[in-house]
Design a protein around this ligand. Structure first.
Ligand code: PMP
Length: 368
C-alpha cells in the first residue's frame, strides 16, 4: 500500500535500509557475517552508553526479551513491582504472571507518568520485590516516563530495573551504565526504522550474575547462553535475522554521519514538537500530561462526538496511515507515530490534511 506512514510500528524504513536488506544470504557462522554482527553490537554500545554490560541481538520481537528478563532475572514465585501507565505495562504484568512470578502493581490513569515518590512509597511497602519494570515510552498513550529518576529510586531500594524501551530506544536517550539499568530492550521496527524481526537487549553485569544461577530459564531465551555465543562465535545460538541486522547497521551509520546521537535525538524532538504544536493549533488535546510527552508517538484526544477510528479512516483515504487508539483509550484517541523514515515536509503535509479532516468531521456531525 502507498501510504505515508505515521504508524506506531512497523514504521517506514530508510531507503538505504531497504536496499541493504536485498543482499543474497550467506552463513551466519561465516567470518563475513561475524564482522557485521560485532560491528552492530559495538555501534549499539556507543549509542546506548554501555561499557560494563552486554548488548545482545536476539532473533525475536521485543516481547521476547520482556519474557527473558523475568525468566532469567526473577526467581520462580518471586515478586516484581510492575508499573503500569498503559497497555504495554499491562503486558509486562501478564508476562510476569504467566511465568509463575507474582506482580505487585503501581498503576496510573492513561496519560499519566509514574511519579518517583509513588515508586518510593510502593517499594517501602513491598521490600521483598526483586525487580521493578518500567515502560520507558508507553506507546498506547504517548507518555515518556522519567526513567533516570525512577531508576534512581529503584536503586536506592537495591532493586533490579527492567525497562521496556521498545518505542523509546533510538528516539529517547538511554544512558545504560550511568542510569544503572539492568535490562533494556527494544525492537527493530520502531525508532531505528528497520523491519520487524530483531530484538535488541542490554543486560547489566549484576543481571547476568543472577541469570547464570537461575534454574529452568529455558533455552531459547537463555541470556547467558547468548553472551557465550557472542564471545565465542560472534553470533547468536539460533539463526539471527541477518537482513534486519544489516539494516540496523546501516541506520547506526546514518546516525554517525548525521553527527551522532545528540543530532539524531534532536531530530526526534523536533518532529514531536512540530506535531504537538500543529495538533494544539487545531484545538485538539494531547493525552500525555505536560512535561512527559513522547518524542516518538503522540496520542491525540478526539473532539467529543468524533471517534478515533473515524479520524484514522479519513486520513487513510487521503493517503496517510496514522495509528488507531490502543487499549483503554481506543475510542477517544488516535495516534500519530513519528518514528522511522519521514521528512519535515511529510509532517507538514500530514498536519494540513489532519486539519481538514477534523473540520470535515465536525461539520458532518454538526459540531461547529
Ligand atoms: N512494548 C511497547 C512499549 C511497545 O510499543 C510494543 C510494540 N508496540 C511492545 C512492547 C511489543 O513489541 P514487539 O511487538 O516487538 O514484541
Amino acid at each position: 500500500p502507498k501510504y505515508k506512514l505515521f504508524t506506531a510500528g512497523p514504521v517506514a524504513c530508510f531507503p538505504e535500509v531497504l536496499e541493504i536488506m536485498k543482499v543474497q544470504m550467506f552463513s551466519h557462522r561465516s567470518k563475513e557475517y561475524r564482522k557485521v554482527h560485532v560491528d552492530t553490537v559495538e555501534r549499539l554500545r556507543d549509542f546506548l552508553e554501555v561499557k560494563k554490560g552486554e548488548v545482545l541481538l536476539v532473533p525475536s520481537s521485543g516481547t521476547g526479551i520482556m519474557e527473558a528478563s523475568i525468566r532469567n532475572g526473577v526467581t520462580k514465585g518471586g515478586k516484581v513491582l510492575v508499573t503500569i501507565i498503559g497497555a504495554f505495562g499491562k503486558r509486562y504484568r501478564e508476562v510476569v504472571e504467566t511465568n509463575g512470578r507474582k506482580a505487585v502493581v503501581l498503576e496510573y490513569e492513561p496519560g499519566k507518568a509514574v511519579k518517583p515518590e509513588d515508586l518510593d512509597d510502593a517499594l517501602r511497602k513491598n521490600p521483598d520485590v526483586e525487580a521493578v519494570t518500567i515502560t520507558y515510552n508507553e506507546t498506547s498513550t504517548g507518555v515518556l516516563n522519567p526513567l533516570p529518576e525512577l531508576a534512581k529510586v529503584a536503586k536506592e531500594h537495591d532493586k533490579l530495573v527492567f525497562v521496556d524501551a521498545v518505542s523509546a530506544m533510538g528516539g529517547a536517550d538511554i544512558k545504560f551504565d550511568k542510569w544503572e539499568l539492568d535490562v533494556v530492550f527494544s525492537s527493530s521496527q520502531k525508532a531505528f526504522g528497520v523491519p520487524p524481526g530483531l530484538a535488541i537487549g542490554v543486560f547489566s553485569e549484576r543481571f547476568l550474575e543472577i541469570a547464570e544461577k537461575m534454574p529452568e530459564r529455558g533455552w531459547y531465551f537463555d541470556i547467558p547462553l547468548y553472551v557465550k555465543y557472542l564471545k565465542e562465535k560472534e553470533s547468536t545460538p539460533s539463526t539471527p535475522p541477518m537482513p534486519q541486522i544489516f539494516g540496523l547497521n546501516v541506520v547506526l551509520r546514518i546516525i554517525e554521519k548525521m553527527g551522532g546521537k545528540e543530532k539524531w535525538l534532536e531530530m526526534y524532538q523536533k518532529r514531536a514538537e512540530m506535531i504537538r504544536e500543529g495538533v494544539k493549533e487545531m484545538g485538539l488535546d494531547i493525552l500525555a500530561e505536560e512535561g512527559y510527552e513522547s518524542p516518538t508517538i503522540t496520542a491525540v484526544v478526539t473532539p467529543k462526538g468524533i471517534k478515533g477510528d473515524e479520524v484514522y479512516e479519513a486520513m487513510r483515504k487521503r493517503g496517510f496511515e496514522l495509528a488507531k487508539g490502543y487499549g483503554s483509550v481506543k475510542e477517544i484517541t488516535f495516534r500519530i507515530g513519528h518514528m522511522g523514515y519521514m521528512t519535515f515536509d511529510d509532517i507538514r503535509e500530514m498536519l494540513d490534511n489532519l486539519r481538514e479532516v477534523i473540520n470535515e468531521l465536525k461539520k458532518q456531525k454538526g459540531l461547529t
